[in-house]
Design a protein around this ligand. Structure first.
Ligand code: NAD
Ligand code: USQ
Length: 394
């Protein structure tokens, strides 16, 4: 397959591009390097020393004799260039990672809220519109988020894969319909993902675009078989208060004897997936596209659920780290149930990497190895959208 990977320089996009290239697909990375620019603005850097995009691609070619091409393009702003690219490249599929992906960053300031909506909504809409204008039948595989469902809304009822059956009473009797699961975002970032869903439903219906939306949980881990091939291929690892996700932050904190920063009581249950499984799921999604005219195919891309407290206790047990319960900077329930259906990927053959298999490796091979690169002033979460906490700090 010829595949455009939008956002292919990022944490999920880079290992996915390598995985697909190794599997024999022709890969074109499209990225505007905005994630690297945000690091510069925030004065932070990846815990792992990531090479420039050109060094990465040269290393991949040297080691594997395979070429990945790169196009620097802002998907949200450079619409005409995107249409041209689709017309000339004639891709069979487009994997769309090109969005601002941090909830805390999206809630930091009015500027970052507006940037997140402008960037994410425009990027997705430009892609949809460009495929129609270019007359392309390429299958879109988009990275969405488990957070579109919200947390705790349905109690202990399993969250279905995208669609919810509802019964309607009509004068002629009962009608059963499948609707998009109600959206209940917890941040402007998650809000942008719920808007993406509506655009997908519309373009699948109106233009018969073939779309798969992957509602992914929190990705943990760093390396895949391909990124391990050379130091220049190493994946990024975000640890700062804005971009670091919970499990990776706990691993980094444990490596430097910093207390594990549990927000609130730690009763928040979240869904997780290892980066190795992310890349496998994407290939499975690419090779099992919906048909033209189908509604978007939605998968829940996650393998395990844990409470934040359970994660902290697990890591504390492995490393003797201390746990600190800090006031929650976010507006979210202190405690929630989360049961998720993920049968579709399991049925396609996904064999999950569990926390018990991967954690020690992450601690030794990544967190401890690069611990001297950690800037401790960047660890606290400073984006506060919990109004009570904000008021108490004035
Ligand atoms: P990332 O920030 O590391 O990567 C995103 C990439 O997209 C970056 O390289 C960035 O430069 C690029 N990009 C952003 N806007 C762009 C634009 N307008 N034009 C071109 N390139 C642009 O993020 P990630 O962690 O790799 O996440 C990728 C996708 O997966 C995101 O959509 C995110 O919402 C989703 N996701 C991530 C996680 C996670 O835990 N990391 C979990 C669930 C879903
Ligand atoms: N948390 C802590 N301590 C920390 C950091 C986070 O207790 O030091 C808590 C948060 O309050 C939250 C939970 O951990 O309750 C998860 O936070 P997170 O930053 O790991 O994840 P989140 O903000 O939900 O976002 C991440 C990715 C996003 C993706 C999402 C998948 O950044 O791109 O969409 O995970 S999901 O959560 O399933 O929606």
């Amino acid at each position: 397959m010829k595949i455009l990977v939008l956002g292919g320089d990022g944490f999920c996009g880079w290992p996915t591009s390598l995985y697909l290239s190794k599997a024999g697909h022709e890969v074109v990375i499209v990225d505007n390097l905005s994630r690297r620019q945000i690091d510069v603005l925030l004065e932070v850097h990846s815990l792992t020393p990531i090479a420039s995009i050109h060094q990465r691609l040269a290393a991949w070619e040297k080691i594997t004799n395979k070429t990945i091409s790169y196009v620097e393009l802002d998907v949200a702003q450079e619409y005409d260039k995107l249409v041209e690219l689709i017309k000339t490249a004639q891709p069979d599929a487009v994997v769309h990672f090109a969005e601002q992906r941090s909830a805390p960053y999206s809630m930091k300031t009015p500027k970052t809220k507006r940037y997140t909506i402008d960037n994410n909504v425009n990027a997705t809409h430009n892609l949809l519109c460009a495929l129609v204008e270019a007359g392309s039948d390429a299958h879109i595989v988009h990275l969405g988020s488990m957070g579109v469902y919200g947390y705790g809304w349905s109690g202990s009822a399993p969250i279905p894969e995208g669609y919810l059956p509802v019964k309607l009473d009509t004068p002629d009797g009962e009608l059963v319909r499948e609707i998009l699961h109600p959206a209940n975002p917890g941040s402007v970032y998650h809000l942008s993902k719920t808007l993406d869903q509506l655009m997908f439903a519309f373009y699948a219906k109106n233009d018969q675009l073939r779309i798969t939306d992957l509602h992914q949980g929190i990705v943990w881990g760093t390396q895949t078989d391909e990124t391990l091939l050379d130091e220049a291929l190493i994946n990024r690892f975000d640890y700062d208060g804005d971009y670091g996700t919970v499990l990776n932050r706990f691993l980094m904190e444990a490596a430097i004897n910093h207390p594990l920063t549990v927000h609130g009581s730690g009763g928040q249950t979240r869904a997780f997936i290892h980066i190795r499984d992310t890349v496998r799921c994407i290939e499975l999604a690419l090779t099992n596209p919906p048909k033209s005219g189908d509604k978007p195919k939605i998968f829940n891309q996650m393998t395990e659920t844990y409470t934040v407290k359970q994660l902290a206790e697990l890591i504390a047990k492995l490393t003797q780290a201390k746990i600190e319960y800090v006031p929650n900077p976010r507006k979210e329930d202190d405690k929630n149930d989360l049961v998720v259906e993920n049968q579709q990927f399991l049925a396609l053959g996904l064999q999950p990497t569990t926390l018990s298999e991967g954690l020690l490796d992450e601690i030794e091979q990544i967190a401890k190895k690069y611990a001297d690169r950690i800037d401790q002033t960047k660890i606290p979460a400073r984006s506060i959208w919990n109004k009570t906490l904000k008021a108490s700090q004035r």
